[in-house]
Design a protein around this ligand. Structure first.
Ligand SMILES: [Zn+2]
Ligand SMILES: [Zn+2]
Length: 204
């Protein structure tokens, strides 16, 4: 008999009790969504919609911060932590396999969730994994708000993203409390009535 590494209750011959295993599964499912929201909270707005249109063809306005750097210091850490757990679980379970290549956070979370039953029963560091995923979730929620407000799709982005006239086309979503609309793909901002009318007018 072993005790659950998270709550200290009797866990049969497992490292995590069923309750903590279920909780971890839920957190692994939610983490990519939180991450996506976190990126939106941290990445600076690229520029106004009007600017994008008027400067197309020329070198467009750039955000003062490099997004990739920002991602790395803020949200990238989440991906690294989760991926290192995937690497370790796979190393313990299939020592003969070569380590998995870096992937997306969503893919790593999905993989861990699929192996969760094995992890809870056979992986001695299961509670450490659960604790770390919990901490990541807490940190992310501290930035995004808890619960994360729901988003509604209002239309598709009409910003031109290159000098060939390619239209972004990503879904534009809005959540209660936001004063303007922002494309999550190209970070174009639709602020004010004129932008919103244009957005409406050019919907495919
Ligand atoms: Zn437990
Ligand atoms: Zn866009």
């Amino acid at each position: 008999m072993t005790l659950c590494g998270m709550c200290g209750q009797e866990a049969g011959d497992r490292f995590l009790c069923p309750r903590e295993t279920t909780r971890l599964a839920k957190q692994l499912a939610e983490l990519p969504v939180l991450y996506d929201e976190l990126v939106q909270c941290l990445v600076p707005r690229r520029s106004g919609f009007g600017e994008i249109v008027s400067t197309r063809g020329a070198a467009g306005p750039r955000s003062p911060l490099d997004e990739s750097v920002l991602d790395e210091i803020s949200t990238g850490a989440i991906g690294l932590v989760v991926h290192s757990w995937r690497v370790d679980v796979q190393r313990v379970r299939w020592p003969q396999h070569s380590p998995p290549p870096p992937g997306t956070l969503a893919a790593d979370c999905r993989w861990l969730a699929m192996e969760l039953d094995w992890i809870a029963a056979n992986y001695p560091a299961a509670a450490d994994l659960a604790r770390e995923v919990s901490a990541l979730e807490r940190q992310a929620r501290a930035v995004t708000g808890d619960p994360v407000p729901q988003r509604k799709t209002v239309g598709q982005c009409i910003a031109v993203t290159d000098d060939q006239g390619t239209v972004c086309g990503a879904d534009i979503t809005h959540r209660a409390g936001e004063s303007d609309l922002r494309c999550r793909a190209c970070h174009c901002v639709y602020a004010g009535q004129a932008d919103l009318l244009l957005l409406l007018h050019y919907q495919p």
